[in-house]
Design a protein around this ligand. Sequence first.
Ligand code: FMN
Length: 361
Amino acid sequence: MSSQMGNSLRFSLFGESHGAGVGVLVEGLPAGVRLDQEEIATFLKRRSPGQRSGTSARVEADSYLLQSGVYQGVTTGAPLVAFFPNHDVRSQDYEAFKHTPRPSHADYPAMLRYDGFNDLRGGGHFSARLTAPWCFAGALALQILADKGIVIGSHIAQVGSLKDEGFDPVAVSKEQLQKLSQATLPFIREEVRQPILDAVSQIAADGDSLGGIIEAAAVGFPGGFGNPIFENLESRLSYALFAIPGVKGVEFGSGFQVAQMRGSEHNDPWVFQENQVKTKTNHHGGFLGGISSGMPILLRVAFKPTASIAKEQETVDLQELKAATLEIKGRHDPCITLRAAPVVEAAMALVLLDVLLEGGQ
Ligand SMILES: Cc1cc2nc3c(=O)[nH]c(=O)nc-3n(C[C@H](O)[C@H](O)[C@H](O)COP(=O)(O)O)c2cc1C
């Protein structure tokens, strides 16, 4: 498996959902960063299951052990390891998937890839539990970026057919992003919260699941960073965002809407604002030629409806070599999107900090 990424700031994820635990090794962190434990805890809580209605009933406090790289609460510059022990584990729920793989989950392709030796319990290394240490590393990156005046935030832009208002592509502000980061379920328009929660409760009661979209932004990221061709910033962010389990689409700026626009509508005129070069509109979403323009970075990430649903589904019996049906009994999120905002923010923060540490301009 290749569960590592980054150039100057490298991180590797390890562990399995129902093994001893999951964790992250981070290398290349600047020395002398005082860990803001309270902020890290708040960030991790936004991702945790069992916190609120509409998420998996698995209860994990997401407490971690810092095993290296931090002394007296400050990073030493040495490799940092954070380990998250697993507690609330019910592996019996997964026995059936060995022979009757879940539709739209990784069980069957992983069995082919690893000759059946992969740990299936709780999804093993494919589990969203791995996003806990990923968010821990992301929380550190967010803290370092904030000290440099760069703020990342996101909101639940869509669940099923219910939509929140989008960010203003030009005027999205650090204050707005910081406010959203305080919410466990971030919405721009509060009126959509209850209808979305009701829709998720209803879909869970139906034994089904819903997809959705997280819209994220970064403000304060300087222009002139990114290394085309293949290390361009859109490519690097996509690489990280598509690694989040359940992601099926990533778009920047006006994204797929560009297909129906004219050049005269889509082009963002260059203008002087307070002696700085900006664009009047922001269809480009913060990157041109894969290099940051200095405008807000805007992206949208589409999550599929959770694969593990309670409704009876068609599958195959790999022992009997015949058609079978499957009823999934474990504890699952009826809508991944409700827990995904901090994971998107973490993935963005780690890429953007990595690029800054590499240098540019
Ligand atoms: C925060 C989060 C929570 C998730 N919860 C579940 C879940 O409860 N059940 C499930 O089947 N998939 C869940 N997933 C998605 C699976 O991990 C993912 O679909 C699976 O690993 C296969 O990968 P793929 O969908 O990217 O192909 C979750 C993903 C995230 C990011």
